[in-house]
Write a protein that binds this ligand. Sequence first.
Ligand SMILES: [Fe+2]
Ligand SMILES: [Fe+2]
Length: 250
Amino acid sequence: MPLRQGARVDRMLRPVHRWIWRDLERRVRKLLCFAEVEADGGRDILRAAEVTPDPLLRRLYLAHAIDELHHADLFRQRGTALLHASFPRSNPLSQASFLGSGDHGLDDLRIEEEPDDSLLAFLHLSEKAAAGRFAIYRDVVQDDPSTSAVFEEILRDEVFHMNYTYTQLARVLPRTYRRRLWSARASRLWKRYLRVAAALAGLMGTLILTIQYFILLPPFAWFAKRAEKREQPGWIPIPRARNESSASQY
Ligand SMILES: [Fe+2]
Ligand SMILES: [Fe+2]
């Protein structure tokens, strides 16, 4: 299963996660970035609560949105506390510079245009992925009990979100909910592939331009310098014939 594979990949990457979280600046940046992502997710789910025709889902989405906004507060508070403790002279501007662009889990969806089954399938997969990641992050920041406790608290909510979205998907789509989940998985994988391919294309472009700069430009520079040496210094007299040309305007 792709998600199990994803969790396995995450577990294999645990040393990389540990290395990333070891650096205090990266830790602060990630926490503040998570705060933005959670707040964005909360706003999107709030919108879903407004547009769904299902009263039970409206209540659940509302509780879910409140949880996500609470997560945003927890991440922001912890990130800000670490920022001020470690970089006491930083101001709000430097705090903003800590923010990364983030990967908004719900950016791939247009909430108003998605039916509930599609949103639930997407949310289930996102929450499952988040729960897996946060469990790893909680373990790799054991040296920082406060940050670890934040992940522990949020993880409990993410597991609840993962479970309720699955149960509700099975309720609204009792016959085909498994197929719906598979198609959501395929869509997520495809979008992930497109992101990786776009990043790779950018990298290749940079590499090719760098190679061109170092391989093609030096010969041109050498020819230009050689031509410069052949030039006579100072003023060069213009031939008289050219000065007396009848075709000249002056
Ligand atoms: Fe969350
Ligand atoms: Fe969540």
